[in-house]
Design a protein around this ligand. Structure first.
Ligand code: PLP
Length: 407
């Protein structure tokens, strides 16, 4: 059964799923209400340790906060990763609330306006420039504040990365500066007195092919070597990430050792010889947090309609949009799901699990095979650690927001 590895990762106690070492019924009592998100502190730590053990030493590991910006999660990771990637002024504040040094925070994302640019310049974070307009704004903010902005150019490469869940580089893009426009943007920055650090390429998300990711890393390094011939010394190389996680039955986990070997090779043969002073960064969001969180709901109704059994739960797509299939999925597939307080019971029936919103979109499990659940049981949705709550339309239908806990 597809959910087994997911359950095994969290563990079980007395026939119940355990999160943070706490049986799920007890955790629900501790939280005080359902629905809720729970993130497992130990799994987060283990994930970072796994990455550290396989990625080459010297490579900086950055956490992309947009995957899960819960302050407690970000605080926890602050002591474990080397840097944070933020994509808004609000995320920048969350990052700067932690012990993470501002110089180890990078600020990406299109549409950066004067106030957030000024905040970034004043804070000393690395601004990853997405357009010529932004370059101009950054120079102006630096002049006005009397502070040298620290900048890198996010480059929209002249290659594409196939097989990504979301493509964010190659061809025409709202992200990054097209390769051919890099020289003119560099001119604006250098003549404007900004401190140029290096380049950033992030071409796509949720890729499960190590082969494709390795090829993209190779192409990214080649591109940066070319660009560096006409730039000030490169001290920052952000190779992006895009490491995917296996959301569905047929997905195979990423071959991390193959990627680690490729990065070690690129560091030793191309990056360290050419850029001996550069910080080389890989930035990951969902790969760090995605599999470390669950969304827990309670069954509030059980009904039969013609030939189908329905479980109606007290949560829904307003909290966990991705599980309903409406967050960028082309074909709707079921996220792993379980009756959290009946983990060891026999699978007895095929049921359709729906949320409490008055829309047919609010489908959390379509014809899933589960032990027989009763009103009051806890339905757990896995892979809720990334792009869960903050990627969901919480105001839709006006139900209360869920609690989030780190345990
Ligand atoms: C969203 C984003 C990430 C994280 O993507 P994941 O798929 O969660 O790893 C990394 N870098 C940038 C620039 C992003 O916008």
């Amino acid at each position: 059964m597809a959910i087994r590895p997911t359950i095994a990762a969290f563990g079980q106690i007395d026939g119940q799923l355990a999160v943070g070492g706490i049986p799920i019924e007890r955790l629900a009592a501790q939280v005080g209400s359902t629905p809720f998100f729970a993130y497992d502190r130990m799994l987060l730590s283990e994930r970072v340790k796994l990455l550290r053990s396989i990625l080459p030493p010297g490579l900086h590991l950055s956490y992309a906060i947009k995957a899960n910006p819960m302050p407690a999660v970000v605080q926890h990771l602050a002591g474990m990763v080397d840097s944070f990637d933020v994509a808004s002024a609000f995320e920048m504040r969350t990052a700067l609330d932690t012990p993470m040094h501002a110089g180890n925070v990078s600020f990406a994302g299109p549409g950066k306006i004067e106030p957030s640019i000024a905040q970034a310049v004043a804070s000393g974070v690395i601004i990853e420039i997405e357009s010529a307009t932004e370059a101009g704004r950054i120079v102006q903010a630096g002049e006005r504040l009397g502070i040298r902005p620290r900048v890198a150019i996010r480059v929209n490469p002249d290659f594409e990365v196939k097989g990504s869940g979301m493509r964010m580089g190659g061809g025409s893009q709202q992200f990054g500066v097209d390769v051919e426009k890099v020289p003119s943007v560099l001119d604006v920055l250098v003549s404007g007195g900004a401190e140029f650090l290096g380049f950033h390429v992030f071409a796509g998300s949720q890729n499960l092919s190590a082969e494709i990711l390795c090829a993209a890393q190779r192409q990214t390094v080649d591109l940066i070597l070319k660009l560096a011939k006409h730039s000030p010394p490169v001290r920052y190389v952000n190779l992006g990430g895009g490491f995917g996680i296996p959301y569905f039955d047929k997905d195979q986990p990423l071959d991390l050792p193959a990627i680690g070997a490729n990065l070690a090779h690129l560091l030793a043969t191309a990056l360290q010889p050419n850029f001996p002073d550069a910080r080389v960064v890989i930035e990951l969001g969902r790969y760090i947090v995605g599999e470390c969180g669950v969304y827990v709901t309670r069954v509030v109704d059980r009904k039969e309609s013609r030939d189908r059994q329905y479980l109606v739960v007290d949560g829904g797509l307003h909290h966990q949009l991705a599980a309903s299939g409406n967050f960028g999925q082309v074909i709707r597939r079921n996220y792993p799901i379980a009756v959290g307080n009946r983990i060891c019971e026999q699978v007895e029936e095929a049921v359709t699990v729906v949320g409490c919103l008055c829309t047919p979109l609010d489908l959390l499990g379509d014809n899933v095979k589960l032990p027989r659940a009763q009103i009051g049981d806890l339905i757990v949705l896995f892979h809720a650690g990334a792009y869960g709550l903050t990627a969901s339309p919480t105001a839709f239908l006006g139900h209360p927001p869920p609690v989030e806990v780190l345990v």
